[in-house]
Design a protein around this ligand. Structure first.
Ligand SMILES: *Cc1c(COP(=O)(O)O)cnc(C)c1O
Ligand SMILES: [Zn+2]
Length: 427
């Protein structure tokens, strides 16, 4: 991490970001719309000439991800431009859930309150701000669903065109929640990995299109740091001892760890250890498999799980997830679709939080890691609810009692005696 810069440095189009550097060989490049190293094809990451920052200067900022704008590759007046203003979501103290799991202190970072109801609004807002600086005219993406929602909404707000490519088998809720924003929606016959390959080919062809998670991926990925920044701020400028994060491409997990290290290096939090854990669905668990086998590389799989938002069979950040979890003393594990459904119910009945399948994956994996003794039940823990259950209704596994009653007290009494009261937390 580089030294702090004097406050007199003029604000650039990308704030304090000053380079792209290769995560494999360290080669540096000027900021621009590239994502792979010309020397070794390794992925590029945004680097900064870090400013000196105080907690006060951050808390005086807007109640959105832009309070951390000086740690993002965005122009310094980003908060004045049309964007979706994501972030600043609740960190819910989850005592009843902790009790059900036998844990001491548990928090849920609840990403449902973002503009399109998932954490993807964070990464898209940063990608959009950077893409406009680079002169892109179209915002595009291959998506497992939530990203399509976020891209279509952000492009609508900025008044530019969006083009989203999604696998044809997606949840209808996610398709509708993309179509409503206008833009071009393309359903592709194939898996997400097929869609992603098509997008990469298109990105080579359409230079003025910003594919948020392809050619402008280094900027996009930085947006996930804001989850880590907010968690630390909301804990009173501390790091948790453990965190459990869902893994699709793996960028979110890797960037939350980067956020914690940046805050510590800037002296905004004490440099206390945080063990980082990754959660996957067994029907798409290439990173968990590599973790268990002790491998450094991730063997691609063909996804088959209800957790479609996490169904990336060939995750771009997989090897870095292995690095982070091993370095911090964490782990990556996976859970079955039945366990995912049960965990969606447990989160809802204990905390009143209806998360999507990715939340079920994260909570069920937390449960599994407690059983195996890899998570410490005594340590302060944060789990991420990255999306909204209303977008994956079919997966909740509920078949509600729909038999109507007559509008009389007798009918109600009869109903009550025939239906056992539903107890919270018996999911
Ligand atoms: C995309 C997504 C993730 C995973 O994000 P990655 O950064 O690709 O690992 C987790 N949860 C939800 C709801 C998502 O949409
Ligand atoms: Zn390189």
């Amino acid at each position: 991490m580089s030294s702090s810069a004097p406050a007199s440095i003029p604000a650039s189009r990308f704030g304090h970001a000053d380079r792209l550097s290769c995560r494999e060989c360290g080669q540096t490049y000027e900021l621009g719309a590239h994502h792979a190293c010309a020397e070794c094809f390794g992925p590029l990451e945004v680097g900064y000439d870090y400013p000196s920052l105080s907690r006060e200067s951050i808390t005086a900022g807007p109640p959105s991800i832009w309070r951390y704008a000086s740690l993002l590759p965005v122009p310094s007046d980003v908060a004045t431009r049309p964007n979706t203003e994501p972030g600043f979501t609740r960190l819910v103290r989850a005592d009843r859930l902790a009790n059900a799991l036998g844990m001491r202190t548990l928090w849920v970072k609840d990403e449902r309150a973002n503009p399109t109801h998932s954490f993807k609004d964070r990464v898209v807002a940063v990608a959009l701000a950077a893409a406009l600086e680079m002169g892109h005219k179209v915002l595009a993406c291959p998506s497992t669903g939530n990203l399509a929602n976020a891209v279509a909404a952000a492009a609508a707000r900025a008044g530019i065109r969006s083009v989203v490519l999604i696998p044809a088998g997606l949840e209808p809720q996610k398709i509708i929640a993309t179509a409503v924003y206008g833009g071009t929606m393309v359903l592709v016959d194939g898996t997400y990995d097929d869609v992603n390959r098509l997008a990469s080919e298109l990105a080579d062809d359409r230079e003025d299109w910003a594919f948020v998670n392809v050619n402008v991926r280094p900027y996009y990925a930085e947006g996930s740091k804001t989850i880590g920044f907010e968690i630390a701020e909301q804990l009173g400028w501390r790091l948790p001892e453990q965190i459990v994060v869902p893994v699709a491409s793996g960028a979110q997990l890797v960037k939350i760890d980067k956020a914690f290290r940046e805050l510590a290096a800037l002296g905004l939090v004490d440099d206390t250890p945080c063990r980082v854990f990754g959660a996957q669905a067994s029907g798409c668990a290439p990173v968990a498999a590599a973790f268990r086998a002790g491998h450094d590389v991730v063997q691609p799989v063909r996804p088959d799980t209800i957790a479609r938002s996490l169904a990336i069979g060939n995750p771009a950040d997989g090897p870095y997830v292995l690095d982070v979890t091993r370095r911090t003393g964490g782990a990556v594990a996976d859970v079955t679709d039945d366990e995912i459904v049960a965990a969606i119910g447990l989160l809802a009945t204990t905390e009143g939080v209806f998360g999507e399948t990715a939340a079920g994956v994260t909570l069920a994996t937390t449960r599994r890691l407690l059983e195996t003794g890899q998570l410490d039940p005594e340590a302060e823990t944060v789990i991420i609810n990255s999306g909204d259950g209303l977008k994956t209704l079919d997966a909740a596994g509920l078949n509600p009692e729909v038999r109507p009653i007559r509008p009389t007290l007798e009918a109600f009494a009869e109903f009550e005696s025939s239906v056992p009261p539903r107890k919270a937390a018996d999911a």
